[in-house]
Ligand binder design. Structure first.
Ligand code: ZN
Length: 97
């Protein structure tokens, strides 16, 4: 699975990587540090410049493939809608989210 960055409900970037979800921890220069969304989990990922992000610390739980797939799909759908020039997009967006 490719790494995907989606936007959470609070407009915070969320990284989907290998069925795990990460929230942005900190950004130092061009390196982005991601931490597992599960606060009791030590799972971490890192992204240098525009290189693909990779996991640096293992998780203490299983990834959620279905949830990640759904969010990826939603993100693609949202992008598709935002790209379309019709005013209908606002209505459809609300139905999707
Ligand atoms: Zn984790």
């Amino acid at each position: 699975m490719m790494a995907t960055i989606v936007e959470s409900k609070r407009k915070k970037p969320t990284l989907l990587l290998d069925n795990f979800r990460y929230t942005q921890d900190k950004i130092l220069n061009t390196t982005i540090y991601w931490k597992c969304e599960n606060r009791s989990c030590p799972g971490r990922a890192i992204q240098y410049d525009s290189n693909p992000s990779r996991m640096t610390k293992l998780h203490n739980h299983e990834g959620d493939e279905v949830r990640c797939k759904v969010e990826e799909l939603k993100m693609n759908l949202k992008r598709h809608i935002e790209d379309s020039p019709q005013p209908v997009k606002k209505i459809s967006r609300e139905h999707i989210i």
